[in-house]
Every structure is written in C-alpha cells, then in structure tokens.
Design a protein around this ligand. Structure first.
Ligand code: GUN
Length: 298
C-alpha cells in the first residue's frame, strides 16, 4: 500500500511560511502585491480566482482583483496589464485563462512584465526554466507544487531515477519535464501519439500524469514502488451520490494505482491545493527580488 502524499497539509506548510516571510518583508516597508485579472463569467474560473484573491489576503498581501466583462476588448486588457506592469505596489500579475475567444491569449501573456509573471508563462520565464536559470525564473505553479510533493518522498536530487511525464502542455507537462531534468532525473515526455504507453509508464520510478482524461492511467501501468504524481482534476458523473451529482477524479485510477505505487498523490487533496500555495510563494519571491533581497527557498 502506497504512502498518500497529503497536498492539503503541504500547501498549509507553504502558506504558513509565506505568511511568516511576508510579515518579515512588510517590516522593511514592502508588502507583496498580487493582481488577479479575470475576463468573463466562467463559473469554474470565478471560483479559482476568488480563492486566489482570498489566499493572497490571508497571506498579508496587497491583493487586487480586476473582474472585466466578457466583451472587454484586447486593447483594453493590454492597457490594464501595462498599468499593472508600471504599478510599484504590484509584484505579481495573473491573468486567468482561458480568455474569451476574441482576445489573443499569447499576446496578453507576452505583455506581462516577465519579472511580475508569477504564472511563469512568459517566453522569458519559459527560457529561464529551459536553460536551468532557476534563480531568476518564475516556475508555473502546478509543476512547482508537484515538485515539492515529489521532494517530500524522493528528496531534491533525482539522480539515477527515470521519470515519465504523460502530457506535453505548456502549463504542466513541458515545465514539469524541465524541473525533473534540473533535478537530475532521466526524463521521457509521453503523449497521445506515444506507442505502448502502458509499457513506457511501467519503466518510471516517477510517473507524472497530466493528460486531463479521467482515470486513464491504470494500476498495472505503475511500476512497484514508483512515486505517482496525479495532476489531473476531472469532474465525472457520480450517480451513486444521487441524480445529477458529480465527483472529482484524477488522471490516475487511484484505487488500483495505490496498490503498486510506493507513494501517490490523491485527487482531490493532492496537487490541486499546492497550485495556489505556489502562486503565493511566487508572488512573495517577486517582492523579495524587487526589494533586492534574497527570497526564501520553498
Ligand atoms: N487557468 C487554469 N489554471 C491556470 C493557471 O495556473 N494560471 C492561469 N493564469 N490561468 C489558469
């Protein structure tokens, strides 16, 4: 039976450290500032953004939220981002994705000042991560959180371990692969066109699932003793809970996989809570850098 890696508890540890360090920084006259921007009414995005703003306040940050209507124009959004870039009270800018279809998402991301890009999506930060220049990079929050969970089980140095990342998105799969490489793992990125995915998965000491398909990774894909990091959050029908009810599952068939894994992250309560905690950590890091101080390590 696998060890269950508790993302909720670990996220609380991260947030507790952010609070302590925020108090220390605030004494020097600098309060970390996070601006969250949302366009449109998508209910899931509204929930995410509200919890990001709430967490920021809880950490002692200067927290601002800009909620713009669905019909907001691209130029208007560019102007808001430029205003936030120039605002010395703001250290982190997050524009919630997806944006409405009429707005060029890529243009908006590239408008964000790379040194305030706490999502780590700007080309400059992608390049910093890709070249292992981690001292000045912002690392995307979900893979950063996944790495902290992995570290709890395997330590910081993954020398000699093989890692398989299933999924090649810019938000999770690719940055995750780069982080694993920076930690000295031998990394393979697999995706929908990979041949014999179960056999490849079975070679992994560290298996990361980031495909967005409910319970796709079965128990017999997991090498005995492997560490399994499940990044998927999928809502599926749960008729057993009553008509119209749903429940959250990951990309991994948890009940099966935990029989083989050495350690595994659950869904919910795994990588999910870590994402917002790492956003707080990235914002704090940005404020320390702006103040010319060495940021705390997470
Ligand atoms: N939408 C879903 N996840 C994210 C995220 O990590 N950052 C942003 N900006 N939007 C998202």
């Amino acid at each position: 039976m696998a060890e269950i890696i508790d993302g909720k508890a670990l996220a609380e540890d991260v947030v507790a450290k952010v609070k302590t360090e925020t108090a220390r920084l605030t004494e020097t006259g600098v309060t970390p500032g996070l601006a969250v921007v949302i366009v449109g009414e998508d209910p899931a995005s509204q929930v995410y953004v509200a919890s990001k703003s709430r967490r920021a306040k809880e950490c002692g940050f200067h927290s601002v939220q800009h909620s713009l209507p669905q019909e907001t124009g691209e130029e208007e959004l560019v102007a808001l981002v430029e205003e936030l870039n120039a605002d010395p009270a703001i250290h982190g800018i997050l524009v919630q994705l997806p944006l409405p279809k009429h707005i060029d998402e890529g243009r908006i991301i590239q408008t964000i000042d790379p040194d305030k890009d706490v999502d780590g999506f700007h080309f400059i930060n992608v390049g910093r991560l890709g070249t292992g220049t981690l001292g000045s990079a912002f690392v995307p929050c979900t893979p950063a959180g996944a790495m902290l969970m992995l570290e709890r089980v395997r330590g910081r140095d993954l020398s000699g371990l093989s890692a398989v990342v299933i999924g090649r998105s810019n938000i999770v799969g690719k940055p995750m692969a780069n982080l694993l490489l920076a930690a000295n793992a031998t990394v393979t990125i697999a995706h929908s066109r990979t041949k014999d995915l179960p056999a490849l998965a079975r070679t992994a000491d560290v298996l990361v699932a980031a495909v967005g398909r409910p319970e796709m990774i079965r128990g017999d894909w997991v090498k005995p003793g492997a560490t399994v990091i499940d990044v998927g959050i999928n809502r599926i029908p749960a008729p057993e809970k009553g008509e119209g009810k749903t429940r959250l599952v990951g990309d991994v068939a948890f009940a099966e996989a935990k029989e083989n894994a050495g350690a595994i992250t659950p869904v919910p309560g795994g990588v999910g809570p870590m994402t917002i905690a790492m956003l707080m950590a990235n914002t704090l890091t940005s404020a320390f850098r702006t103040a010319g101080l060495e940021p705390p390590a997470f």
